[in-house]
Ligand binder design. Sequence first.
Ligand SMILES: [Zn+2]
Length: 135
Amino acid sequence: MARPQPRFPEPDTQPFYDATKEHRLTYQQCNSCKNVVFYPRAHCTACGSRDLAWKDSKGVGTVYTYSVVRLNRHPAFAPLGPYAVAYVDLDEGFRILTNIVGVNDPLTDVKIGQRVKVQWEDQESGIALPMFAPA
Ligand SMILES: [Zn+2]
């Protein structure tokens, strides 16, 4: 079973998910006050301007914090076994809720402050989900 997927049309996040099809991690920056905005939305969270530009992230950041889900009974997640859910601070200045992948044991191999890099998980729906692995 697939992970739950976003439903479209969704005007605020559609450009973000369209970019994931090309494995581009995008965020927004306000053209008025230069505030970095994420998750995608129609207005700047600092000044309220609707004049936002889309930017590509290099996909490199630092684990801000994390938790390990030891058992998820949802059919899409149960086969994963224990997995790490983390907030990652991207170098461009935004924070994303994601999973840490590419570690042998998420209980011992994920650390706050760890450098991580985006790793895409392609979905049957055509989009891809940005996960992060040790850099
Ligand atoms: Zn602004």
